[in-house]
Design a protein around this ligand. Structure first.
Ligand code: CA
Length: 233
């Protein structure tokens, strides 16, 4: 599955151009034209990267960026800010607010695509890796094998995908809804309690005969890979 990109831009022609080109690169693209709508959308669903226009109706790109950085779930979310030429002097403020990169309009599409790719690679090299490791856990995507301390572990397809998803975003806390989106896919209706069932199974299989549980339950928020666990030898 391609990385998910949310484009927040109110110029329709630009949105169409970006959607077309990002789509052609294999990304999963969503677009929103208002800052406040983007804010609401981002509370439900977190993409892998945002292309965020500076001037937007409803809520400015800068303010949205500031809000995203203030929330733990979106603190690390890669953001590319789009600014118009007249706003260039504001660049410093943009970066200070927490954008990872910025592009001045008008820009060339290949340049934007290169920035997107570069930022995604920097933000989550895990997405591209064949073997994901965390603490003593190893997941080999080519062989579809999981091991802990070198001992093979047999996971069902859902538990495998769940673990893979966690390993792609180590330390990040996911709500049940976000896990449903990321692991089961957004068009499937499944009760959120199903997530608990599969987390339970994953834990049981991963932790059999072991003391350390790599999965952290975050009360009222969801689940994450325990970052203390990464240091376990
Ligand atoms: Ca605009």
């Amino acid at each position: 599955m391609g990385a998910r990109i949310l484009v927040v831009e109110d110029e329709e022609a630009l949105t169409t151009l970006l959607r077309y080109n990002l789509d052609a690169e294999g990304y999963d693209v969503e677009t929103v034209a208002r800052g406040d709508e983007a804010d609401t959308r981002l509370k439900e669903r977190i993409p892998d990267l945002i292309v965020l226009d500076w001037m937007l109706p409803g809520l400015s790109g800068i303010e949205l960026c500031r809000r995203l950085r203030a929330r733990p779930e979106t603190k690390q979310l890669p953001i590319i800010m789009l600014t118009a030429r007249g706003e260039e002097s504001e660049r410093v403020r943009g970066l200070a607010t927490g954008a990872d990169d910025y592009i001045v309009k008008p820009f060339s599409v290949p340049e934007l695509l290169a920035r997107v790719k570069g930022l995604l690679r920097r933000a989550s090299p895990e997405r591209l890796a064949t073997v994901l490791t965390y603490g003593d856990i190893e997941l080999d995507r080519d062989k579809r094998r999981v091991a802990r301390s070198g001992q093979p572990i047999d996971l069902g397809p859902t538990e495998y995908r769940l673990l893979e998803f966690f390993l792609e975003h180590p330390g990040r806390v996911f709500s049940r809804e976000q896990l449903l989106d990321g692991v089961w896919g957004r068009d499937i209706y499944i009760d959120e309690r199903t997530v608990d069932v599969h987390i339970g199974r994953l834990r049981k299989l991963l932790n059999f005969g072991r003391d350390q549980d790599p999965i952290r339950t975050v009360r009222g928020a969801g689940y994450a890979l325990d970052d203390r666990f990464a240091k376990v030898e």
